[in-house]
Design a protein around this ligand. Structure first.
Ligand SMILES: [Fe+2]
Length: 269
């Protein structure tokens, strides 16, 4: 079982200066995944599909996903607009799109949770969402299950992006997943940088963005005193590969390739 995760595409309408760039970066990531020599069993998209949540950008996204001819599943982020996304889907039926919050494969189940409540930047998860997630996870037991959502529910040490670990939304999420021993791990996005950590005893893999990347300047930060540090840098478009190997989920974080291959398989290893 191989899952290709893409996150934080930030596709934008033509009048936005990032429109062409972010679409090209998304295409570059799709092309890189296509060159891996093995078709993923699932494409998983973890939110911030669009910068402003416009129907046209969702339509461009949906056209590309439909062309993959592979099952795919998406959850939304804080930049997305659920009504516009729903409107775009209406106009473009796609037999590969998995519409519900649960996707079941022979070896693994994938469950989506929505942590977004635009225009709020941070996560949102109330008791109603927690009850839905609890039921979705229960419906997969005892099959090993991956949970996908946009906002990491845990700090990674980037002060300007990190959530308040005591926030209600994190408490609700923790309560929803705690009873589910079959939950193998959590896949997120949002922070535009590749990272791994743990939440409620489960590994958390944070997928890098296909759009511009966060730069981990770790010097002390005072949110009230701008100091000109780089927060977002161009970087390469990134993606993650979750590979089920020997019953464990191995995650490889990748950037799209730049430059020549320096070492090739030209004699037996
Ligand atoms: Fe984002």
């Amino acid at each position: 079982m191989l899952i290709a995760q893409l996150s934080d595409l930030h596709l934008a309408p033509d009048h936005d200066p990032v429109a062409g760039t972010n679409l090209a970066r998304f295409d570059e990531a799709l092309a890189a995944i296509d060159s891996l020599g093995r078709r993923p069993d699932l494409y998983l998209v973890t939110g911030d599909i669009c910068e402003h949540g416009d129907v046209g950008s969702y339509a461009r996204f949906l056209e590309r996903m439909a062309a993959l001819d592979t099952p795919w599943l998406a959850t939304l982020g804080n930049h997305d607009r659920p009504e516009a996304y729903a409107e775009a889907i209406e106009g473009l039926p796609d037999r590969n799109r998995i519409g519900g919050p649960v996707a079941r494969f022979d070896a693994l189940a994938v469950v989506l949770a929505d942590t977004s409540a635009a225009p709020q930047h941070g996560g949102w998860f109330d008791e109603e969402r927690a009850a839905r997630l609890d039921a979705a996870l229960a419906s997969c037991a005892p099959q090993p299950t991956l949970l996908a959502l946009h906002h990491p529910p845990v700090r990674i040490g980037l002060d300007w992006l990190d959530p308040d670990p005591g926030a209600d939304w994190i408490r609700h999420l923790r309560a929803a997943i705690a009873p589910h021993d079959h939950l193998l791990g959590i896949a997120c996005g949002h922070v535009h940088v590749a990272a791994t950590t743990r939440f409620e005893g489960r590994p958390v893999a944070i997928c890098p963005s296909t759009a511009a990347r966060a730069w981990p300047d770790l010097s002390p930060l005072d949110k009230e005193r701008p100091d000109g540090r780089p927060l977002i840098v161009e970087g390469r478009p990134g993606f993650a590969l979750h590979h089920l190997v020997d019953g464990k989920l191995a995650t490889m974080f990748c950037d799209t390739r730049e430059g020549a291959a320096l070492y090739r398989f030209e004699r037996p290893i």
